[in-house]
Design a binder for this molecule. Structure first.
Ligand SMILES: Nc1ncnc2c1ncn2[C@@H]1O[C@H](COP(=O)(O)OP(=O)(O)OP(=O)(O)O)[C@@H](O)[C@H]1O
Length: 302
């Protein structure tokens, strides 16, 4: 099978249902994540984005259950749903990286950043002689210019942006084919957010990684994702959320087919006046402060 981008998907999710205490939260979720691409899962707060992502990584909270299929490509492919925890633990990090919403909380405050990464590479069998270079390289790719200093720092000694970058490094230090990034920049100021999402996207393209970017912010999805899937209650009726619409980010913005997507577009401030280029996109084309003014936005391809 090939993904919408024409490449064999890294992850194929079909008919995913997630329930909490037997109540459906999301239902019938279908997703295909292509290598070297970013797919944003967008929806309102509480729509089930995180639970969908957690279901893929076997990280659902007690009382929650998932059914359906989530196949991770490989030789052989692996069905993630229902995978025994022992096997899932081996995959986490090596084949599937997960970066949490609250990275500062997910890093042990009494453990220096470098040890978090070293422990991960050691636990997954990276030979001792390669551990240091693997860790430093992962931090460098996350845009941390002084990786040695960051290694020795405790999480509370770093800024929010540095913590998120360190968390990305932890997520990809073992080179997973799939990386789930759950609201990784929602607590950051816009400039720091842009820096973190730039490295996330650049890494996905360079490493051929499939990234699932969980965000409530359509503007973020438009700027950094290739494709967007919108999670909402169909027809605005209460009940389990579904993917009401998915496709290239630019198409969703230009011609949203679902009323909820249209509402998101309006609320994001990106709504194009008939035929006009969105102001934000115009500004970026005119000269992105990051020097990306001539590069098409992620959402403008496809
Ligand atoms: N551990 C839990 N126990 C009970 N209900 C939960 C639990 N975690 C999430 N929920 C409920 O499941 C629904 C979906 O939650 P989820 O965290 O997936 O939403 P979300 O779209 O990621 O929201 P946000 O953008 O605010 O993080 C919400 O109604 C939430 O209250």
């Amino acid at each position: 099978m090939t993904s919408p981008a024409g490449r064999t998907p890294v992850l194929t999710v079909s008919g995913l249902d997630v329930r909490i205490a037997a109540q459906p939260v999301v239902s019938g979720v279908d997703l295909e994540l292509a290598p070297g691409s970013v797919t944003a899962l967008v929806g309102r707060s509480g729509s089930g984005k995180s639970l969908t992502a957690r279901a893929l990584a076997g990280l659902l909270p007690a009382g929650a259950a998932a059914s359906g299929s989530a196949r991770l490509a490989g030789d052989p492919p692996v069905e993630l749903l229902g995978l025994p925890e022992r096997r899932m633990r081996r995959l986490r990090g090596s084949a599937l990286g997960y970066v949490f919403q609250e990275s500062r909380a997910s890093l042990n405050p009494t453990v220096p950043v470098g040890r978090h990464l070293r422990e991960t590479v050691r636990a997954h069998g990276v030979p001792r002689r390669n551990r240091r270079s693997t860790v430093l390289e992962a931090l460098r790719r996350a845009g941390l210019d002084e990786p040695e200093r960051i290694c020795g720092a405790y999480p509370f000694e770093l800024s929010g942006g540095q913590v998120q970058r360190a968390a990305l490094a932890l997520g990809w230090v073992l080179g997973p084919r799939l990386l789930v990034a759950d609201e990784v920049t929602s607590a950051l100021d816009p400039v720091t957010q842009a820096g973190v999402l730039d490295v996330l996207r650049a890494d996905a393209l360079a490493a051929g990684r499939a990234v699932l970017l969980i965000t409530h912010d359509l503007a973020v999805a438009y700027r950094w994702a290739d494709r967007v899937a919108v999670l909402a209650e169909p027809g605005g009726q209460p009940g389990a959320r579904r993917i009401v619409e998915s496709g290239p980010a630019a198409r969703l913005l230009r011609a949203p087919a679902d009323p909820f997507t249209a509402e998101l577009v309006r609320a994001s401030g990106l709504a194009p006046a008939a035929g006009a280029v969105p102001a934000a996109a115009r500004a970026r084309r005119g000269g992105d402060p990051r020097g990306a003014g001539t590069r098409p936005l992620a959402g403008e391809r496809g």
